[in-house]
Design a protein around this ligand. Structure first.
Ligand code: ADP
Length: 350
């Protein structure tokens, strides 16, 4: 199917440039999955006069070639951003490692990580996701990659583990190695050893961002994991209720501990409010309002984003496709948060 799409794209010519979409480097992404086809076109100019026409032509060609299959064509503008992969951060050539943490479980840390990964990918970055949540590795489910069996390869003189791939995002999870029910038994040293192997041996290739989904909490095990990964910045996820108790404060302190000393990029407030479908203008602050912002201000942190409670977010994590990949409303919230993170993490380089 992907081959056929490539052929179609190579038959569509940019009138001004005189080259087809494929050989002209205007195709950023092709994804052909059971649920449908996704094509991302990228135009260097912000207002390419032919962009809309080429998008329409692509849509028509896909509809004609694959009747009945849902096809989405997205336009991106500007030259793709490529961060410096030579700034080696951990195994592989990874420009930036961002850890996503939370004081407690159940606040949506894994959901936020998965959707941020999709938003960064949509912005044109190469993204990997390391699921380091040894207590409840949920990324295999979020991306529909349960049952993936990582292969070991011997390359460049070292044993490497091949990550899974979904939606153009590279994925590695402790969940690929243990049965879901056994994960809870993985405590202490054993879990950290297994993780250490994943951290150092995964064949990530070149990435702009590696997001690390850390286990909830702030115990010794976190210190070991954080010490193993060369984290550039941490993002803390909290719900409005949680920010009021000490958990989030402890999360911030973990990273600010002089021995750890990792910059905290800021907080993402998840489940910030609820908007019913039938009253899209209404916001119900079920768990209180403004707490995360106040906490952020008091602690010299930025509020990177506020994500409301949305049905598609929950559906997405159950069906193996993060909502940012199919719900434009959700994508907007996550793209805004992702943009703030990129800004914070790359600021020091400019
Ligand atoms: P954690 O990783 O912090 O334990 P999860 O990411 O597993 O939490 O999320 C817990 C549950 O809450 C999941 O069922 C998820 O789908 C749901 N959820 C998280 N964020 C939202 C949201 N903004 N809107 C709706 N449901 C959400």
């Amino acid at each position: 199917m992907e081959q056929k799409i490539r052929e179609l794209l190579s038959g569509i010519v940019h009138p001004e440039k005189g080259v087809d979409l494929l050989s002209g480097g205007m195709v950023e992404r092709i994804a052909a999955e059971e649920e449908g086809i996704e094509v991302v076109l990228r135009f260097a100019k912000a207002h390419d006069p032919f962009a809309a026409k080429l998008k329409r032509q692509t849509e028509e060609a896909l509809a004609a070639a694959f009747p009945g299959v849902r096809a989405t064509v997205t336009l991106h503008v500007g030259t793709p951003r490529r961060l410096d992969p030579e700034r080696k951060s951990t195994a592989g050539q990874i420009a930036h490692v961002v850890a996503i943490a939370s004081g407690k479980g159940g606040v949506g840390k894994s959901t936020v990580t998965a959707n941020l990964a999709v938003a960064l990918r949509n912005m044109g970055y190469r993204v990997g996701l390391l699921d380091a949540d040894i207590y409840g590795p949920s990324q295999p489910r979020m991306f529909g990659t349960e049952g993936y069996l990582p292969e070991a390869v011997h390359e460049e003189g070292i044993d490497q583990i091949v990550p899974a791939e979904a939606m153009g995002i590279e994925l590695m999870s402790i969940g690929y190695f243990v049965k879901p029910d056994d994960a809870l038994l993985w405590r202490g040293a054993m879990a950290v050893n297994a993780l250490r192997q994943l951290i150092h041996q995964t064949r990530w290739g070149r990435l702009d961002f590696l997001l690390a989904d850390l286990p909830p909490g702030t115990g010794d095990i976190h210190l070991s994991i954080v010490g193993e990964l060369k984290i550039d910045a941490a993002v803390i996820v909290s719900t409005p209720q949680q920010v009021a108790v000490a958990d989030v404060r402890r999360g911030v302190e973990l990273f600010r501990n002089p021995q750890v000393n990792i910059p905290v990029a800021g907080i993402i407030e998840n489940m910030a409010w609820f908007t019913p479908e039938e009253l899209p203008e209404n916001r119900y602050y079920l768990f209180g309002r403004g707490g995360a912002r106040a906490f952020a201000e008091e602690n010299g942190l930025e509020l990177l984003g506020e994500i409301p409670i949305i049905q598609s977010i929950m559906d997405g994590s159950d069906t193996g496709r993060p909502a940012a990949a199919f719900d434009p409303r959700v994508e907007e919230y996550y793209r805004a948060a992702a943009a703030r993170i990129v800004e914070k993490v790359t600021k020091s380089e400019r």
